[in-house]
Design a protein around this ligand. Structure first.
Ligand code: ADP
Ligand code: ASP
Ligand code: MG
Length: 410
């Protein structure tokens, strides 16, 4: 093991710090890594703490105030970082915990899904003078005016990669409860195969399309700043896991790399919108002003009537707000009904080698067709093919696609 003054970043997710025994296990991993140089450890909240806190808030109000929700959710990570620091200090390891406020992790003023806009390194650099391990709370941020924000579910990965970029870390290891990135969720598709390497581009598509293993924003930051990123198993710390590489210049070595399922989606539609320039812009602007991210935007035209139906997908948590935005616009646009369908899921096939390959879409649709699975929406791009299907069909569809494209043999 070579020693360096450059820190490494290690991030441990909720299952890895679920109880004190697991926090002690994380402390052992930290101890073993210390001879190679200083460490910045980023933690999630213990186990299902974040879910539990959301549940409590919803018992107080069905749609909790977003600012107060972030104040509540950020407490989860504060507990785990302090506990790990207490364990490490009891082992005579010089460790110190930091909240986002104490580090200076600044975000935009968007509650529940803020993006990091600036990360100060001074406090951490100073603390590294007399500490070997700095433990930073994942998922949380502060705004310039001192408000507490969170980065969206799974956002601790993003804290880790942002810190790795800002601190010029040797490596950023995302420790989780599986061996690395697989061709599909190994807990849903046991035949899924572990990928020893994968490109940033492919992981980004997988993450955006529902593969929970890493937060999409973490992958974006990693790619932008050239962070050496690995996904590894906390319970097998000697296993190399998956290394994410800048694959742009590499020869395409796999046509398809994975299948992802996103069940947290919903479909929203506004019917009978006049077929005139500027109408789609008004709809999308109104949604964007509320920070609602839309995807799979489609327009079905009825030329004889001069009317369109505009349909798109949003994250499930944005459905109510999307519907209310569209209902407000309805009279102004002289449009028809606003509809929402939360009983959907996206099933996607991802691969850097898919571009220009004839027959992939045909095969995908044949597999679903033969299984009697109805396709509600379709979207394609260079590296992905996504279908919206009923939520109940999603896992079966993913398994059939995984089998049909022989992803267990990649
Ligand atoms: P953590 O709490 O460590 O952040 P997550 O639950 O957020 O862990 O992510 C790990 C989980 O991601 C795995 O347990 C697995 O079920 C799921 N997952 C989904 N798709 C994939 C994939 N392609 N490869 C690996 N894991 C995946
Ligand atoms: N604790 C947060 C969540 O459950 C953040 C994370 O785990 O990455 O979403
Ligand atoms: Mg996670």
């Amino acid at each position: 093991m070579t020693t360096s003054n450059q820190p490494s970043v290690l991030k441990f997710g909720g299952t890895s710090v679920k109880n004190i025994a697991r926090i002690q296990h994380v402390a052992e991993i930290v101890k073993q890594r210390l001879p190679a140089g200083p460490l910045i450890v980023v933690l999630s909240a213990m186990g299902d703490t974040t879910d539990y806190l959301i549940k409590l808030a919803r018992q107080c109000a069905p749609t909790p105030d977003k600012r107060e929700l972030d104040s509540l959710l950020s407490t989860g990570e504060q507990i785990s970082i302090a506990l790990l620091s207490i364990v490490l200090r009891s082992m005579d390891i010089r460790a110190k915990s930091f909240t986002a406020y104490q580090v200076g992790i600044f975000t935009e003023t968007v509650f529940n899904k803020a993006r990091i806009i600036d990360l100060k390194t001074e406090a951490l650099q100073e603390a590294l003078k007399d500490n070997d391990v700095l433990i930073v709370a994942g998922f949380q941020g502060i705004t310039r005016s001192g408000e507490i924000t969170t980065l969206g579910r799974g956002g601790s990965d993003t804290t880790a990669v942002a810190l790795a970029a800002a601190m010029n870390a040797q490596v950023c290891d995302i420790f989780t409860d599986v061996d690395g990135i697989y061709t599909a969720d190994p807990n849903a598709i046991p035949k899924a195969r572990l990928l020893s390497t994968i490109s940033y581009e492919e992981v980004l598509e997988m993450a955006r399309l529902g593969a929970q293993v890493i937060h999409p924003r973490a992958v974006e930051l990693g790619r932008q700043y050239g962070v050496k990123l690995r996904v590894r198993n906390t319970f097998k710390p000697e296993h190399p896991g998956t290394t994410i590489h800048g694959g742009k210049d590499l020869e395409i070595y796999r046509t398809v790399s994975g299948v992802a399922v996103d069940k947290d989606q919903a479909r929203v539609a506004i019917m009978d919108v006049p077929d005139q320039p500027g109408v789609a812009a008004k709809i999308m602007r109104a949604l964007a002003d509320k920070n609602i991210v839309t995807d799979m935007i489609m327009q079905a035209v009825h030329p004889s009537l001069g009317l369109n139906n505009v349909t798109f997908t949003v994250h499930e948590t944005d459905v109510e707000e999307s519907v209310s935005v569209l209902r407000d616009l309805k009279t102004q646009l002289r449009a028809g009904e606003v509809l929402a369908d939360a009983d959907i899921a996206k099933v996607s096939l991802i691969g850097a080698g898919m571009v220009g390959q004839p027959g992939i879409a045909a095969k995908f649709f044949e597999i679903l067709g033969e299984a009697g699975i109805n396709i509600k929406m379709i979207a394609t791009s260079e590296m992905k093919l996504t279908c919206v299907v009923s939520r109940d069909d999603a896992q079966r569809a993913a398994k059939l696609i995984h089998d049909g494209f022989e992803l267990d043999k990649v």
